[in-house]
Design a protein around this ligand. Structure first.
Ligand code: AGP
Length: 609
C-alpha cells in the first residue's frame, strides 16, 4: 500500500529516497513520485504511473537534485492510478506533500478551497491537504504551525510529509491512523512509513504516536503531540541486520516463501525451547494474564482471520476455553457483549493492518483483561500497542499472497492453545502429543512440498475455469476458505469455500461439469460425512479434487482426482494441507500468467480501511 520516504540532510538525497521507495515496493502500489527542493530553492518534481524503476529512468533522464525531499509510492484509493493522481501533490509551486490514508471530509474541503480560488489537478482526496497547507502558509504561519492547523481540519486517517520552498531545510510530518517513523541520522534526519525504508541510512528510530506532528531539519527534530505540546518519544535501536531479500533461485517470492515453511515453522516453534516456559514466548506478564483468562476474542483480516478460525477449533476443543473470531472491519464498528475476563487476540502478519489496529484501539478501556498480538513484524504498530506479543519467525514475506506468515501464525496459536490448555482441560498426555506434532511439523510440510509436480500437473484443469468451490468440514473448513482466498487472489478465478454440510442448502445448485470442487478431507470422525457430500457433487457431474490423507481410503476414479497427503497427526493437518493448497494456487496463477507476487488491485500491507 502507499509508502512515504522523506529526508532533510546536508547531502544530496534523491538516491536515498529512491532506495527507500524500492524497499517499500513489495507492499504494492501503482504509481510513484518524488519532490526535491534544489539549491536554488525551487521545487523539482517527478511523478508517474508505474514502477519505481520508471521513476528512476525519469530521474536519470532529467536529474533533480536536492538535500530536502519527499517521495511516495501510491496505491489508488480516490482517483485512478495515473501520473496526475500520483503523489507528491503540489500547491502554487511552493508546497509539496505526500499522504498515506484517506481524508474522509475531502469533498467539503475541496468545495471550500475551490471557492477560495484553488485549482485542482487530481481526483485525489490528498490534494485538499496540500492546498490547505499552502493557504495556512500564505497567512504567514511557519511550516510547522501551518501543518498543525491543517491537520486539525482533517477527518480520516493520515501519515503526511511536506516540504515548502520557503523553509528549504525542513520536512514537516504528521500521523493519525497511519504509521510514520523518524530515522535519526548524524547531521541528517529522515521520515518513512516503515523503518525498513530507512535501514540503509540509520538504525535509530522514533515511532511517532497518534496525533503527533513533527519538524525535522538536518540537525534537529521537534515532536509535538496532538494538543501542540512538545514531547519526547522513545528512541529504538534496531540492530539486527536487515534480512537479505532475493529470489534465491526461485521464479517468484511466493514460491520461495512456500518452500521456506519448514524452516520458518521450526524457527517459530523453537521459541518454546529458548524460553524457560512456553508462557514466556508471549511476553513478560503473559503467565499472569493466562491464569486469569476465561474467554478469547480473536480479531483479524483476510488470511490472518482464517488463522483465527482454525485457532478457535484448537482453543475450544483442546484447551476448553470459549473463543470467538471476527473480522476486524466488523468487530470495530459493532456494539459488543464481551465475556468477562476475555483476552483480545489480534493476528496480523504486517502488524499495520488498519482495521485490526483500529479494533485493538477501539477495544481499549477495560473491555478485555489484556491484548495479545500474533505478528511477524517486530516494532509494528500492533506490536507496540499490545500488552502481550507473540512474534512469528516467518522472516520477511514479500509475496502479497500470505503463505509462510499464515502457517507460522498457526504454530503461534497452537502454542497459545498449549499455554492455556495446561491450565484447563488439557491432559499431560495430550500436551505431549501436541508438542510432538509441532516438532514433526517441518518434516510433514517438507513431504507435502515434494508433491509439487503432482499438484502442478493437476493445476492445468483449473485454467479454463472461471469458478471453483472449496469444501471442508470442521477445522478443515477454514483451510478450505484459505485455499479459496489464495486461488482467487492470485489467479483471479472466482472461488468460494463452504462447510461441506452446507452444500445442499444452496451451493449444490452451482455444481455442473464446469465447476471444479476442491475438498480438504480430514481423516477423523467427519470423514464419512464428507464422503457423502462428495458423492452428492459427483452424481451431479462435478469434477472433484480431493486432498486426503493417504490412509483415508479415497481412490482416484473418473472425475475424482485424489492427492495422497502425508499421514500426519490430526492436530497439525490444517497446516500441512494448507501448503498443498498454496502450491495449487501458485501453479494455476503461473499458467494463467498473472502477476503472482503482486496480484492486481491488492497491497501487502492494508493501512487504510
Ligand atoms: C493474504 O493472502 C492477503 N493478501 C490478505 O488477506 C492479508 O492476510 C490481510 O490483508 C491481513 O494482513 P495482515 O496479516 O498483515 O494483517
Amino acid at each position: 500500500m502507499c509508502g512515504i520516504v522523506a529526508a532533510a540532510a546536508r547531502r544530496e538525497v534523491s538516491e536515498i529516497l529512491l532506495e527507500g521507495l524500492r524497499r517499500l515496493e513489495y507492499r504494492g502500489y501503482d504509481s510513484a513520485g518524488m519532490a526535491l527542493i534544489d539549491n536554488e530553492h525551487n521545487l523539482q518534481l517527478h511523478k508517474q504511473q508505474g514502477k519505481v524503476c520508471e521513476l528512476e529512468k525519469a530521474q536519470k533522464l532529467h536529474p533533480h537534485l536536492g538535500c530536502t525531499g519527499i517521495a511516495h509510492t501510491r496505491w489508488a484509493t480516490h482517483g485512478e492510478p495515473s501520473g496526475a493522481n500520483a503523489h507528491p501533490h503540489i500547491s502554487g509551486q511552493r508546497v509539496a506533500l505526500v499522504h498515506n490514508g484517506i481524508i474522509e471530509n475531502h469533498a467539503a474541503l475541496r468545495e471550500e478551497l475551490l471557492a477560495s480560488g484553488y485549482e485542482f489537478s487530481s481526483a485525489t482526496d490528498t490534494e485538499v491537504v496540500v492546498h490547505l497547507l499552502h493557504q495556512a502558509l500564505d497567512g504567514g504561519k511557519t511550516l510547522l504551525v501551518a501543518l498543525q492547523e491543517t491537520v486539525r481540519r482533517l477527518e480520516g486517517a493520515y501519515a503526511i510529509a511536506a516540504v515548502d520552498v520557503e523553509h528549504p531545510d525542513q520536512v514537516v510530518a504528521a500521523r493519525k491512523g497511519s504509521p510514520l517513523v523518524i530515522g535519526v541520522g548524524i547531521g541528517e534526519n529522515f521520515l518513512a512509513s516503515d523503518q525498513l525504508a530507512l535501514r540503509q541510512v540509520t538504525d535509530r528510530f522514533i515511532f511517532l504516536e497518534e496525533g503527533d506532528v513533527v519538524e525535522i531539519t538536518p540537525s534537529s527534530m521537534q515532536i509535538y503531540d496532538e494538543s501542540g505540546v512538545p514531547v519526547e518519544r522513545k528512541r529504538t535501536l534496531i540492530s539486527e541486520a536487515v534480512e537479505v531479500v532475493d529470489l534465491g533461485g526461485f521464479d517468484h517470492y511466493m514460491l520461495k516463501e512456500i518452500h521456506e515453511q519448514p524452516r520458518a515453522l521450526a524457527a517459530t516453534y523453537a521459541q518454546a525451547a529458548t524460553h524457560p516456559h512456553i508462557d514466556d514466548c508471549f511476553g513478560a506478564g503473559a503467565a499472569r494474564v493466562f491464569d486469569r483468562v476465561k474467554a478469547i476474542q480473536i480479531v483479524a483480516c483476510g488470511t490472518s482471520f482464517h488463522a483465527g478460525m482454525v485457532a478457535r477449533y484448537w482453543l475450544e476443543e483442546l484447551a476448553g476455553i470459549p473463543c470467538q473470531v471476527e473480522v476486524a472491519s466488523e468487530f470495530r464498528y459493532r456494539k459488543r457483549v464481551t465475556h468477562a475476563d476475555s483476552l483480545l487476540v489480534t493476528i496480523s502478519q504486517s502488524g499495520e493492518t488498519a482495521d485490526t489496529l483500529a479494533a485493538l484501539r477501539n477495544a481499549a478501556g477495560g473491555e478485555f483483561i489484556a491484548s495479545l498480538v500474533v505478528s511477524n513484524v517486530a516494532n509494528s504498530s500492533l506490536v507496540r500497542e499490545s500488552d502481550l506479543v507473540f512474534l512469528t519467525k516467518a522472516g520477511m514475506e514479500i509475496g502479497v499472497a500470505s503463505t509462510k506468515a499464515f502457517t507460522t501464525q498457526l504454530v503461534g496459536l497452537l502454542m497459545l492453545t498449549l499455554a492455556l490448555g495446561r491450565r484447563r482441560a488439557m491432559s499431560e498426555e495430550k500436551q505431549q502429543e501436541v508438542v510432538a506434532a509441532l516438532q514433526s511439523l517441518p518434516d510433514y510440510v517438507q513431504q507435502t512440498l515434494e508433491l509439487n509436480s503432482v499438484i502442478e500437473e493437476l493445476s492445468g484443469a483449473f485454467i479454463p475455469k472461471h469458478h471453483a468451490l472449496f469444501l471442508g468440514r470442521g477445522i478443515e473448513y477454514p483451510i478450505a476458505m484459505e485455499g479459496a482466498l489464495k486461488l482467487k487472489e492470485i489467479s483471479y478465478i472466482h472461488a468460494e469455500a463452504y462447510p461441506a454440510g452446507e452444500l445442499k442448502h444452496g451451493p449444490l445448485a452451482l455444481v455442473d461439469d464446469d465447476m471444479p470442487v476442491v475438498a480438504v478431507a480430514p481423516s477423523d470422525d467427519l470423514l464419512e460425512k464428507l464422503k457423502s457430500n462428495l458423492e452428492e457433487v459427483r452424481s451431479r457431474g462435478g469434477e472433484l479434487f480431493v486432498f486426503a490423507d493417504q490412509q483415508a481410503g479415497f481412490v482416484s476414479e473418473p472425475r475424482v482426482k485424489v492427492f495422497p497427503m502425508p499421514h500426519c497427526p490430526e492436530v497439525i493437518k490444517p497446516i500441512v494441507y494448507t501448503v498443498a493448497l498454496q502450491l495449487l494456487s501458485y501453479h494455476v496463477a503461473l499458467q494463467k500468467g498473472t502477476d503472482v507476487d503482486k496480484p492486481r488491485n491488492l497491497a501487502k500491507s492494508v493501512t487504510v480501511e
